[in-house]
Design a protein around this ligand. Structure first.
Ligand code: FEO
Length: 174
């Protein structure tokens, strides 16, 4: 594996791990607010990001590179609101999508088509995650300051009806 590819993949390993920690902090905050649906959703997101990190670690090592297991910055412990949590989730995912796009570009420049092929999975994951974050954020914005609305939103999130609806938008018939 070329050094530039190895470095780019290791940078992405750190970003995926940092995302996992960020969402874990959101999950924990939501749990302390009694928002079990939001919390459950974020715990699951955190696990998914950890899986994204591990998949990269395995790939780098299996292709003869050396994965670097990073340390992480402490994520925030407080969030202003559920709206704030989902705004942050979406903007964070947008930066991760950009980072995956950059990775694709490096693969093409280095003519590393195996890594390019491997990264396609991340591109479609990003598409789904952004769509899901946008769908949820749209719902949160409708609620505004309405406490009863927030209760129902959180319950719907727990039952995954919001996420299922957004998944069908990305992949109709799935
Ligand atoms: Fe794995 Fe959502 O970035």
């Amino acid at each position: 594996m070329k050094g530039r590819i190895e470095k780019a993949l290791n940078d992405q390993i750190k970003k995926e791990g940092q995302s996992s920690q960020f969402y874990l902090a959101m999950a924990s905050w939501a749990e302390t607010q009694g928002l079990s649906g939001t919390s459950g959703f974020m715990y699951k997101q955190s696990e998914e990001e950890r899986f994204h990190m591990l998949k990269l670690v395995k790939f780098v090592n299996e292709r003869g590179g050396k994965a670097i297991i990073p340390g992480f910055d402490t994520p925030p412990t407080e969030f202003d609101s559920v709206n704030n949590v989902f705004e942050l989730l979406l903007s964070h995912e947008i930066t991760i999508t950009q980072s995956i796009n950059d990775l694709v570009e490096v693969c093409l420049e280095e003519k590393d088509y195996t890594t390019h092929n491997f990264i396609q999975w991340y591109l479609s994951e990003q598409l789904e995650e952004e769509a899901s974050a946008r769908a949820i954020l749209d719902k949160v914005k409708l609620i505004g300051e309405d406490k009863a609305g927030l209760y129902l939103f959180d319950r719907d999130l727990e039952n995954s009806t919001i996420v299922a609806a957004s998944a069908n938008t990305v992949n109709p018939g799935a």
